[in-house]
Design a protein around this ligand. Sequence first.
Ligand code: SF4
Length: 259
Amino acid sequence: MTIDTTTREPVLNIDRDKCIGCMQCVEACLSEARAVTGQELTLDAIVKEAVADRLFFENSGGGVTISGGDPLFFPEFTLELARRLKDEKVHVGIETSCFQKWEKTEPLLPYIDLFLVDIKTLDPIKHKEIIGWPLEPILENIERLIESNANVRIHIPIIPDFNDSEDDFNAFIQYLSKFADRLVGVDILPYHVYGERKYDFLGRGDTYNYKNIRQVQGKDILPLAWGLKRAHLASVTVGGLVGMGAEKGKKPEKKEVMA
Ligand code: SF4
């Protein structure tokens, strides 16, 4: 415990390097100020839980999306989970960075109904510098998925001063137009500040690098959205909202339930 030099109030400090995650403080705190978030589940338990919601899936036309992090960092587990869900006739989506060897992605093809893949920028230098790994393997894998006739939706997270310039938009439109008749669609996801609260919640607010970043306005996104529509992309959504002719999508589209 330290004392705030301005208010003279005690400040609770947690040394996260020493915490072993035993959760005894959750039990001990009478004010219920601490809580367990997340749960470790076996494969059987996940499948059981997903199947228990079958009625909901069937009514909403949705399914299960395997998400993360990147589930392909656990390729065997993800493959087995997808296979088991498919056996149960559940629609299976996966959110992946596609930054993996193709050998880890290809076995999933029979079991995944929808691949959701981010493209954050098409500038290879910026990708390497800011994202931290090369762009080329991601595009190669996306193109292999498309060649394999997989259903692919591209997500474009728009981050101010990173990928919202006219050049960035033109690069997205030019690249994606090559696959206009083979992509399920494109979702434009304007940057939002929800991450800041999560960092604060984890006591890591001081490491959040996007604190004072400006918000993306709808009008900032329109040139990209209309450019993609003009390039005949079947389904373009903004901020997760279906519109821009998405209902006329050329490939059958499912609404996914994150799980
Ligand atoms: S009691 Fe709480 S803070 Fe201490 S090690 Fe266990 S989980 Fe971490």
